[in-house]
Design a protein around this ligand. Structure first.
Ligand code: CU
Length: 433
């Protein structure tokens, strides 16, 4: 991706705090209009939607195996619903209007109640007119702690987003812009990484939980001031920590990093004219007793390995968009010639069946494909099983195989997380019975 500095508004990205961590997980999440300081303090605030008075909404923090019980009180002015992205959840709680629940009308409530079986970094977001409601700010982090977490001095959540703002600071209202929808989606002109801490000490061991909440922007990132490893992708531990190289985070993906602080911790987007900094955590003082043991894999049970020969082999072709070929769908985009949800699912699986799915990107744009309710293995170029993910990035003209054990019963969305693409038909569903 060839980014220019001038892609972004020429305004300094001051480091910005995530809304205060809730002391206890709230019992109500109220979607409502909020004023948010998206631009630096010296510039106007932006009218957004948020949860419990802020966007991003409160960070929900639980321990693995705990139960989340929360009343969604929709005062947003539009029908809405909350999806708990990446959670191996009870299907009825998955938050997809028209597939797993009725839409929650403005002024109405819906009670979400489920356990969080797996530790990791997740997030929650609107799944109704998501290309508009996520952009307006109806989302927040969902952190599930390990029963015995790794030793770190600071556990820092970092939400990365971009926004399309007018000169007045107002959010541009062109959510249904067809040029955006047929190209790379709605890309903002201001980007920022929002962290849950403002300072770290030299020698601190930090865990950074990066969450890309953007509706369409893939962030290539450079991390400076911290020396360490990637330890988890999309919430799932890597068998071995990986060096932090080629850090690319597609919409909805998460990356966990454990690293030792060597300077101000900064995240930048590389551009042709040099790095464009989107967030910085200042280094002040020194840790008198740094953690010295090596950075190892995160604790946690490994997922069951899929069988060598999957029960089903399927192909999902991404089609359409600008400069794309003809396809049979009714929207700008389609999967296998069909736009949007059909009465019958793309595939049916008996509970526990494994499938190899070839994701073919027959378009001129990258797509981040998300499966609800499950994690799947990416298959590496050499054929070996790669990382477990819930969202995989498939670049233009490329294809990727994934292998999934479908062991969570219900009707599950399977869609592009470039949310304008989803709106224009790049979505389907699978059923596990
Ligand atoms: Cu897409």
């Amino acid at each position: 991706m060839k980014l220019h500095r001038r892609t972004f508004l020429a305004t300094t990205a001051a480091s910005v705090l995530l809304p205060k961590l809730a002391l206890a997980t709230p019992q109500v999440l109220r979607a409502e209009p909020v004023m948010a300081q998206i631009l630096p303090e010296t510039e106007p605030a932006t009218r957004m939607l948020g949860l419990n008075g802020s966007t991003p909404g409160p960070t929900l923090r639980l321990r693995e195996g705990e139960r989340l019980s929360v009343r969604f009180d929709n005062q947003s002015g539009q029908g809405s619903a909350l999806h708990w992205h990446g959670i191996r959840i009870d299907n009825a709680m998955d938050g997809v209007p028209g597939l797993t629940q009725e839409i929650v009308a403005d002024g109405e409530t819906f009670d979400y109640d489920f356990t969080v079986p797996d530790p990791g970094t997740y997030w929650y977001h609107s799944h109704a007119r998501s290309w508009e409601q996520v952009e307006r700010g109806i989302y927040g982090p969902l952190i599930v702690e390990e029963a015995s977490p790794p030793a770190v001095d600071r556990d820092i959540t970092v939400v990365i987003d971009d926004w399309r703002l007018e000169r007045t600071g107002a959010l541009a209202e062109d959510f249904d812009n067809r040029h955006d929808a047929s190209h790379g989606g709605r890309l903002g002109n201001f980007a920022r990484a929002m962290a849950s801490e403002t300072s770290v000490r030299q020698g601190d061991r930090v865990r950074l939980r990066l969450i890309n909440a953007a509706t369409a922007r893939i962030f290539p990132l450079e991390l400076t001031g911290a020396d360490g490893f990637i330890v988890a992708l999309d919430g799932r531990p890597l068998p071995e920590p990986q060096p932090i190289a080629d850090l690319v985070i597609a919409p909805a993906q998460r990356v966990d990093i454990i690293a030792n602080v060597t300077g101000d911790v900064a995240l930048s987007v590389p551009t042709r004219e040099g790095p464009f900094e989107i967030g910085r955590i200042a280094m002040t003082g020194e840790n008198p007793a740094p953690i010295s043991e090596p950075i190892g894999p995160l604790p946690g049970a490994r997922a069951a390995m899929p069988p060598a020969t999957p029960d089903q082999s399927l192909t999902l072709s991404m089609e359409g968009g600008a400069m794309g070929g003809r396809h049979g769908g009714s929207g700008l985009w389609s999967f296998n010639g069909t736009s949007g949800l059909t009465d019958t699912p793309f595939a049916r699986f008996a509970r526990g069946e494994a499938a190899r799915i070839t994701l073919v990107n027959d378009t001129a744009f990258p797509h981040g494909i998300h499966l609800h309710g499950h994690h799947f293995h990416e298959v590496e170029a050499g054929g070996s099983l790669g990382a477990l993910r819930d969202t995989t990035l498939v670049n233009a003209g490329e294809s990727r195989d994934i292998i999934c054990v479908f062991d969570n019963p219900g009707a599950w969305m399977f869609h592009c997380h470039m949310l304008g693409h989803q709106a224009e038909g790049m979505k389907t569903w699978v059923e596990v019975v």
